[in-house]
Design a protein. Structure first.
Length: 547
């Protein structure tokens, strides 16, 4: 793959000399005063517009690239793109054209540094200043996307800042691309900056607004930590990391920040564009909520080893079900006991072995329902109570051996057990598992709704998957036979409670005597939603079936 990061090293000296010799000359009514910056396909000067006597930033196409029709076409398009969008956070264009064989764009001169310079000078930014920059750039990008334009080179160096007000301007649409345009990228060439490039951009696949979402997620990470997401040294190592490495954790560099920031970055930088925020504004909104501890808290990613990652990466879109409201409240979850953290390598290895042993049972994979319709039983109905099995018959032995029945069952339930992991066990278990049986669907639904509200998850919103961890969905039973249709298993909701990841799910009766109405609540400390989701994905089909 050819990688456009500027001209070859042996041509940089010539470019610098050419740029410097132009200072003091006049081009299209602009007198060049000083060199402002140099990129891979252009040189930018501070210039005076003689007719109006004002300073401007004048961008000239790099002479070495002027012969390339593709570069010239992109350069011309930049002026039309930026001029067509009237937005306070996009640099205004004053003039554009060609003079003496040189393509130029004259734009507002911003007296101040770009974010890259600020990071180099001051180090990582405070949360408030970061969010302020991200919100401004997100607004500019959403405006561009509304014109079917993708920037494709969102990075700190393309965010100019008037430091007196911290007003941010997005600039350099030189590699921007209309989503309907074709033939503007040379075959085998990568356009953009490798530190902020989305996987589809690297692979030469179609790009859209979510490509800029990915880059903005990289910028968010760098503002908070002071370095790009993947700092592996060589360009090819960075490209490889964008394609295969899990998104980095903000809190590893800044443990004092809310863990929700890990989720915001990881969602923005999801490998598949469908798993990202669908707009830059949504990213900015989630980042602000992460900073204030309100609204969505999305996932923090800690990808498992390859064998388990295959399981977690199966298609698992949210099944967003609007469930009936219920007024009853239930007692809060008990506080988690302190315990020594298990070795992540040990429990992943053990879980992998467990998955292999159960491959026959899960070979069909989990299929999830995509719907916004309410298929759940109505909380206002009064169904006949079915056979309520003892939980000892509904929880498999490996889990049941850690469970203790509660003298006071959960409000509205018939029986409740709480399961705590064995000390030092190499097998991954949640820090706390609570399972309750209910005599009918209405009682079960009331308990589930109370937990959803406790997690502050809007009904039918967000995602509850291995990649996103604040939202509601449904799950289906594995098909009974190849080609058969899976049946609705129940609802699930995921949320963070402080530093704990929580998943709550229902297991509804399927009309068979071997199933009953149960509510499960699993909780894991350290915001380890990935481990918790892997456990749930394996066990939720098994918990609730009578032996």
């Amino acid at each position: 793959m050819g990688i456009e990061r500027g001209v070859a090293d042996n041509g940089r000296a010539d470019q610098k000399m050419t740029a410097n010799t132009r200072i003091g000359t006049e081009i299209a009514g602009f007198r060049l005063e000083s060199l402002l910056g140099r990129g891979g396909m252009s040189v930018v000067y501070v210039a005076e517009q003689l007719r109006l006597g004002r300073k401007v930033a004048l961008k000239l196409l790099a002479s070495e690239l002027g012969w390339d029709e593709h570069f010239r076409e992109r350069f011309v398009r930049e002026s039309h793109i930026a001029a067509a969008i009237d937005h306070p956070n996009i640099i205004p264009i004053y003039d554009a054209g060609e003079a003496d064989g040189l393509l130029y764009i004259a734009m507002r001169f911003v007296q101040g540094p770009d974010v890259k310079e600020i990071l180099k000078r001051d180090g990582r930014l405070g949360v408030g200043r970061t969010i302020f920059f991200i919100e401004q750039v997100a607004s500019a990008l959403d405006a561009a996307h509304a014109h079917d334009l993708v920037h494709r080179d969102v990075k700190p160096g393309n965010i100019l800042v008037e430091e007196s007000t911290d007003h941010a301007y997005l600039t350099d649409f030189g590699v921007a691309k209309q989503t309907t345009a074709r033939g503007l990228t040379s075959t085998g060439h990568f356009l953009g900056t490798v530190e902020y490039a989305a996987p589809e951009q690297i692979e030469g696949k179609p790009v859209d607004a979510r490509t800029d979402v990915y880059a903005l997620g990289c910028v968010l990470y760098e503002c908070l930590t002071g370095s790009p997401p993947y700092a592996h040294g060589t360009e090819h190592a960075v490209l490889h990391a964008h394609l295969v490495d899990p998104p980095p954790s903000v809190t590893r560099s800044r443990p004092e920040l809310p863990h929700a920031f890990d989720g915001v970055v990881a969602t923005a930088m999801a490998k598949a564009s469908a798993d990202r925020f669908q707009s830059c504004g949504e990213l900015a909104h989630s980042a602000r909520n992460a900073a204030t501890g309100t609204g969505h808290r999305v996932h923090s990613v800690a990808r498992p080893q390859a064998a388990v990652e295959t399981l977690l990466s199966r298609p698992d879109p949210p099944a967003e079900v609007a469930t009936p409201a219920a007024a009853a409240a239930v007692a809060p979850l008990e506080a988690l006991p302190d315990r020594r953290r298990r070795s992540s390598r040990a429990w992943w290895a053990a879980l992998t072995a467990l998955l292999v042993a159960g491959a026959a049972a899960i070979s069909g994979g989990a299929v999830y329902l995509l719907t916004r319709n309410d298929d759940s039983p109505s909380a206002s109905s009064t169904p006949q109570a079915g056979a309520v099995h003892r939980l000892e018959n509904l929880i498999p032995t490996p889990v049941w051996k850690t469970c203790n029945s509660q003298n006071a069952p959960r409000s509205g339930s018939v029986e409740t057990v709480v399961c705590l992991p064995e000390s030092g066990s190499p097998i991954f278990d949640p820090d706390r598992l609570e399972v309750s049986t209910f005599a009918n669907a209405a009682a079960l639904q009331r308990a589930y709704e109370a937990e959803r509200r406790r997690g502050r998850v809007p009904r039918g919103r967000g995602r509850c998957t291995g990649l996103s961890w604040t939202g509601e969905g449904t799950w289906l039973h594995n098909p009974a036979a190849p080609g058969s249709r899976p049946k609705l298993g129940g609802s699930r909701v995921c949320f963070f409670a402080g530093n704990d990841a929580v998943i709550v799910w229902t297991h509804r009766k399927s009309g068979q005597a071997t199933h009953t109405d149960i509510l499960g609540i699993a909780r894991e400390s350290g915001s380890d939603h990935a481990g918790l989701y892997g456990w749930w994905r394996y066990w939720h089909h098994r918990i609730g079936k009578a032996t």
